[in-house]
Every structure is written in C-alpha cells, then in structure tokens.
Design a protein around this ligand. Sequence first.
Ligand SMILES: [Zn+2]
Length: 144
Amino acid sequence: MSEVRTVPTLPTAHPVSNPDTEEFWKAAAEGRFLGRRCGDCGSAIWYPRPICPFCHSTNTRWEEFSGRGVVYSYSIVRRAGGEWKNVVPYVLAYVELEEGPRVMTNIVDCAVEEVGIGDAVEVVFDDTGNGAALPRFRPANRPH
Ligand SMILES: [Zn+2]
C-alpha cells in the first residue's frame, strides 16, 4: 500500500472512469497500483485494458504492481497554462515500472533539478476527491 494524499502535489483532474479502468481507479484510491497481466504471453500491460496489446489475447487479469520503477526519460516544464501556471517548474516523465511498462507521470517531492534518468522512484497517490486517486512518482529510498 502506498500513501494517498488528500492535498495533491500538483493539479489533479478527476479521472474519467470507464468499465475498463474503474477497478484501477478504485484501487488507486486505496493506495494500490494495478496493472494487467496477459495470461497467454505473460506481458505486463499498461495502461489497463482488456485486450493484450502484444498478442491480442483477451485472457488478461488485474495484477497489483509494485509501484516501483526508474525514470526512463523526463522533461522539466517551465511554462504552462491554466491551473498548472502556478506550479512550474514541474517534471513530466516516463517511469519504467519494475514490471516493464512505461507510464507517463509527474515526479514529485523533490526539486526538479534532482531528477535524473535511471533514478529509482516509487508511486504515491493524489486523491482526486471523487473516489479515485492519481498515481505520481517520487524518489525512492529516502525519508519523506
Ligand atoms: Zn499477451
């Protein structure tokens, strides 16, 4: 279980839930990071969807992922509009999960200059206020 924060670190939109992702958002609200696993080719699947993108099998199921990964690539956003205007600079990144897939996300809880490719990160959830929570990642292996 990971931390779920009621005061988000960054602007947090209400996710649009649909039958394919409802389970994901419910688990996220409890601090659990779900992905899917293909029962035929064994691939980890992100974003969650019922059909395996690798072998097109429908034999997929939910699996709780570790919530750990590494920074695969990132960029520092220094200018933004709307509700993001006041939180620059922030980090937009792809995190490669331990299970393999890459997730587009924000790196939080550190100065933007501290982020580097290959850094170990862990998931943290920002409550969206409507029964869901948005996963973000922060540096792992350090006190918070
Ligand atoms: Zn498959």
